[in-house]
Design a protein around this ligand. Structure first.
Ligand code: AMP
Length: 491
């Protein structure tokens, strides 16, 4: 993880409550939600109707989504769904199985598994206020790996054939200062391969992430790569790095000075311009890897070469989470490499299973930030698929005959067809307008013929219409849906 803590001098979050909308893009608003769902309500006919004044939708709503969280309205949810489908197809192809862990864990899982001296735990953990009778402390998950590894140990997955390849997609929570691309609730597509020391699987997992971006429509995502050593070589490096920065302590911004004695690696991925020259001249971990780590790193690169995957060497990439060892990587779109622009990241965590109480077991994984992928797709004008539309809408000449419309739509849906019923009591003309607004392909029109077991089937795209026996209706619609032909007569 790139450090996602507020930079020095950023305003305190709790004093920013009035500026919500200014800093956090909330995604689509009701005004740009298209589709079949009415976004404006009418005060008339309101069942509660205690007040004489009509509802005023121009006023500030009483309640809003919590700061840093947002509603995914239908168009954005459709974009997420598309990414989830790509993730599911891809992980199945690569032999990963889905897991779902709770949104909350014992706080200690993150304190140990992520590291107590990290922003994610120190500042960004969403702690759940305990009830008085509860002895345990819980926190919303800021990242998926610690919880998945906890589940791996708890359910004895060490006895399964290794590696155990698991995938999960869901929301994560970090109490950070919200801004574009940084939310307090965000979504990750996550992949973990536990029980394989690599190096081949390191390359495989990086290739899998790149294929995900490619299939999503981001063709030019780059992988930034580093090795951060292991328990054999990192302590000596950390000492050397600490000595180096102590020698330059007067040049360090306050925030970095505070971090120096607690988590010196974090200074390396500081985005403070004052740190650029110091970091460029800092000792590099890749020059100080122990023999086995150096061999592993070289082999990862050979495997990537074999797959034709170029990488950007990034000696400052240390990631903010303590549990990483050896391979560390992040994904960026070229030219968009700022602090809130990592599209995903991951790495090897050979010490984590043991840290959480299991037998020593290596592991590697990555998390893709789906919110950021959606933002990047929009920035690159990659079209997201249109929302699903009904194949047909059942309308009727008699506005009051809602039971007939409901019954016939129900039968068609039972036959597996996406069909909407016009259940509002209004004139046929209005019902047909509504069907057209939904971009329905067909209108099933109920009229006098219904008594004889027939309906009018109007092809709204072709403008043709024919009388169809009710018994044939589902078959005809299904055939039209399958062939994508417009003329209903061809079914
Ligand atoms: P990390 O474990 O911090 O590297 O997170 C993995 C990925 O999740 C990052 O590369 C981002 O794409 C995404 N991500 C992390 N934090 C946030 C956040 N606060 N809001 C949106 N996306 C995030």
């Amino acid at each position: 993880m790139r450090p996602s803590s507020p930079a020095e001098g950023e305003p305190d979050i709790d004093r920013m409550e009035n500026h919500d909308g200014a800093v956090v893009p909330d995604g689509p608003t009701a005004a740009n939600v298209s589709g079949p769902h009415p976004t404006k309500l009418s005060g008339a006919g309101c069942a509660t109707g205690g007040s004489a004044s009509p509802l005023d939708f121009g006023a500030m709503p009483t309640f809003r989504a919590p700061r840093g969280t947002r509603d995914l309205l239908p168009p954005e949810r459709a974009a997420f769904r598309r990414l989830e489908t790509i993730a599911t197809d891809l992980t199945e192809r690569y032999g990963y199985r889905e897991i779902e862990t709770p949104l909350l864990e014992q706080t200690a899982v993150f304190e140990r598994g992520v590291g107590a001296v990290t922003d994610v735990v120190e500042k960004e953990l969403f702690l759940i206020a305990p009830r008085t009778e509860e002895a345990e402390s819980w926190a919303l998950r800021p990242e998926p790996t610690a919880g998945i590894v906890r589940a791996y140990i708890q359910h004895g997955m060490q006895t399964l054939p290794q590696p155990v390849k698991l995938t999960m997609t869901g929301p994560m929570f970090r109490y950070d200062r919200p801004q574009a691309g940084r939310y307090r609730q965000f979504w990750q597509f996550d992949v973990e391969a536990i029980g394989d020391a690599g190096p081949a699987i390191d390359a495989e997992i990086i290739e899998l992430a790149l294929r995900f971006y490619g299939e999503a429509g981001l063709k030019r995502v780059e992988v930034h790569l580093n090795s951060i050593g292991d328990a054999a070589c990192r302590p000596a490096y950390i000492e050397e790095l600490t000595a180096y920065f102590r020698g330059h302590v007067d040049e360090l911004p306050q925030l970095e000075r505070d971090r120096l004695e607690r988590n010196v690696l974090r200074l390396l991925d500081s985005k403070d311009p004052a740190m650029a020259a110091l970091n460029a001249a800092a000792p590099r971990i890749t020059d100080r890897l122990c023999g086995p780590c150096a061999e592993h790193f070289a082999a990862v690169k050979t495997h990537l070469d074999t797959l034709g995957i170029a990488h950007v060497a990034e000696p400052g990439l240390v990631r903010g989470l303590d549990y990483y060892t050896r391979t560390a990587f992040e994904f960026y779109a070229p030219g968009r490499e700022g602090q809130q622009q990592a599209l995903g990241g991951g790495g090897r965590y050979d010490g984590l299973v043991e840290l959480l109480g299991g037998r020593p077991t290596p592991g590697i994984g990555f998390g893709v930030g789906l919110d950021r992928v959606v933002l990047a797709l929009a920035a690159e004008d990659v079209a997201t698929p249109p929302e699903t539309r009904p194949l047909a809408v059942v309308v009727g000449a008699d506005p009051a005959a809602t039971a007939d419309r409901l019954r016939i739509a129900t039968d068609l849906r039972a036959a597996g067809l996406p069909v909407r019923a016009e259940l509002t009591v209004r004139k046929l003309g209005k019902q047909l307008e509504s069907a057209a607004r939904d971009h329905a392909h067909f209108a099933v029109i109920l009229g006098d013929e219904l008594a004889g077991g027939q309906v009018q089937l109007r092809d709204l795209e072709a403008g043709s219409q024919q009388l169809v026996p009710l018994v044939d209706l589902a078959r005809k619609l299904a055939a039209a849906a399958k062939s994508h032909r417009h003329g209903v007569g061809e079914g």
